[in-house]
Ligand binder design. Structure first.
Ligand code: C2E
Ligand code: MG
Ligand code: MG
Length: 275
């Protein structure tokens, strides 16, 4: 924001902005140590079909800051990307989530669940990406066919052929891929026909106001038709009310995620589904 203000020197001395910058610098510093201090934890949010049957869960990382409390990913993921912390953090998320999948595997009712893990483009671009995913699969003993990696269109901005190559290597092992926040990034249509995807996620911004905003409804319908045209399953995120689900279901949407079905919760809070 300081950049946007240009060379306005007044802004340099603006105490509010200085305070904000100091908080930012502080956060960045503590983010670097957060992993060794074991301040991260995962929550899981269920994904359902139209009948309310659980298809799987998405792992979502949280940061328990010693003084600020629970910091949400919108705040620290961009920081983790800028500082490179995202690479070890992303690996930690994968280890935790796949370990949890194996714990759940003891319960027969969870055995059909897919586990979705978000990955940053920077992780994907890392030369050791494929090897580290394979290593975590081996270490945890997780079934690759139950692992779904959620990528954003931003991840496709780098060398697309290299990314497709990496995705195909993991796909050969059974791992599948979903394109997250679909429709909010760039050049999505061109990539869509080349990427080895299994699923598209309709971004929550198209789901919001679905019942009263005709252009959002049109966009949601377009994403669903597009996905099905490419033989992909389509899941909507941010589904908060029954009207949204009904509209999406009517449009042919295959799966749903959002507060209507369940908020992100700790792993143990999902155990009642296994009874
Ligand atoms: P996402 O992958 O699209 O995750 C879904 C986000 O929507 C989550 O936000 C979830 O809490 C929120 N959400 C779920 N249902 C509803 C609903 O009904 N209404 C509304 N308003 N929101 C809902 P969260 O956990 O804050 O995560 C934000 C983003 O941070 C994620 O978006 C994902 O892009 C990123 N993220 C989360 N965990 C990781 C991670 O382990 N690695 C990476 N690279 N990114 C992550
Ligand atoms: Mg996601
Ligand atoms: Mg998403």
């Amino acid at each position: 924001q300081a950049k946007a203000a240009g060379r306005n020197t007044a802004c340099f001395f603006d105490p509010e902005m200085q305070a904000a910058a100091a908080i930012q610098a502080d956060l960045e510093k503590s983010l670097r140590d957060a992993l060794t201090r074991e301040q991260f934890f995962l929550e899981y949010q269920i994904q359902c079909n139209a009948a309310g049957h659980i298809l799987g869960v998405e792992a979502l990382v949280r940061w328990q800051h010693p003084t600020l409390g629970k910091v949400l990913p919108e705040v620290f993921i961009p920081m983790a990307e800028e500082t490179g912390v995202i690479v070890p953090l992303g690996l930690w998320v994968l280890e935790q989530a796949l370990g949890q999948l194996c714990v759940w595997s003891r319960y027969p009712k969870s055995q059909s669940w897919m586990l979705a893990v978000n990955m940053s483009g920077l992780q994907l671009a890392h030369p050791n990406f494929v090897d580290s995913v394979i290593r975590v699969l081996r270490q945890t003993g997780a079934n690759p066919a139950r692992v779904r990696i959620e990528l954003t269109e931003g991840a496709m901005q780098k060398d697309i052929d290299e990314i497709i190559g990496k995705m195909n290597e993991l796909k050969a092992l059974g791992v599948s891929f979903s394109l997250d926040h679909f429709g909010t990034g760039y050049s999505s249509l061109l990539h869509l026909k080349r990427l080895p995807l299994a699923q598209l996620k309709i971004d929550a911004s198209f789901v919001r106001d679905l019942h009263c905003n005709p252009s959002n409804a049109m966009l949601a319908q377009a994403v669903i038709s597009l996905g099905h045209g490419f033989d992909l399953a389509v899941i909507a995120e941010g589904v908060e009310c029954a009207e949204q689900q009904e509209r999406l279901e009517h449009m042919g949407c295959d799966a749903f995620q959002g507060h209507l079905f369940g908020r992100p919760v700790g792993a143990e809070q999902l155990h009642h589904y296994f009874d």
